[in-house]
Write a protein that binds this ligand. Structure first.
Ligand code: PRP
Ligand code: URA
Length: 209
């Protein structure tokens, strides 16, 4: 079974509380989502491999570490996942960015795929799938399937708020995928929204409601 980690650093908890508040507007919501994603990137990349490299300082020559091994791709699930990209790429500027477009049919709650564009060498990259919300898990599972179908082998799912139902669904379908979340909430309501959650992440990010 892949890892499941709640990244509850005090800064993350504080910023999460801000974005849960329904009175918080688009500007602050967007800033906070990026900042939380940036803080999460720090934890999610903790196991990145390092290699020795010789460096000439102004004083002497020394051997120190630099990143080695697999390169990264950040893959937001559109739309809301876009809100996390800048924060992560601030920390990992060399990462390539892929996009998977998916929306939840509001009646059936089933995800519908409408766009996939990935780096060509996705099979050689560690992939961070990013989306603020993991509710039923349908969107994340379909995105992970789309990635695996195109050769991705090492996948981590990075979300802000998850419901237990979504975590179970991803763990059941993709036991090889590590899941990192800023918060694990109580449950889903009858409309498939996370409780207490933060509402519709895409609408709050882009001001569409
Ligand atoms: C939201 C969210 C996830 C999905 C989670 O996207 O950003 O992608 O719902 O729900 P699930 O786990 O039940 O699949 P939405 O479909 O609202 O699209 P949007 O990002 O374009 O607003
Ligand atoms: N998608 C959202 O944006 N919010 C939820 O609570 C569930 C799915």
């Amino acid at each position: 079974m892949g890892k499941f980690e709640v990244l509850d650093h005090p800064l993350i908890q504080h910023k999460m509380t801000i974005i849960r508040d329904k009175e918080v507007g688009t500007k602050v919501f967007r800033e906070m989502v990026n900042e939380i994603a940036m803080l999460m990137a720090y934890e999610v990349t903790r196991d990145m491999l390092l290699e020795d490299v010789e460096v000439q300082t102004p004083i002497t020559t020394t051997v120190k570490k630099r990143l080695a091994g697999k390169k990264l791709a950040v893959v937001p699930i559109l739309r809301a996942g876009l809100g996390m990209v800048d924060g992560i790429v601030n920390m990992i500027p060399a990462a390539r960015i892929g996009h998977i477009g998916m929306y939840r049919d509001e009646e059936t709650l089933q995800p519908v795929e409408y766009f996939v564009k990935l780096p060509e060498d996705i099979d050689q990259r560690e992939v961070l799938v990013v989306d603020p919300m993991l509710a039923t898990g349908g969107s994340a599972n379909m995105a992970i399937e789309a990635l695996k179908k195109r050769g991705a082998k090492t996948i981590k799912l990075v979300v802000l708020v998850s419901a237990p139902e979504g975590v179970k669904a991803v763990q059941a379908a993709h036991p090889d995928v590590d899941i990192f979340t800023a918060a694990l909430d109580e449950k889903l309501n009858a409309e498939g929204y996370i409780v207490p959650g933060l509402g519709d992440a895409g609408d709050r990010l882009f001001g569409t409601k």
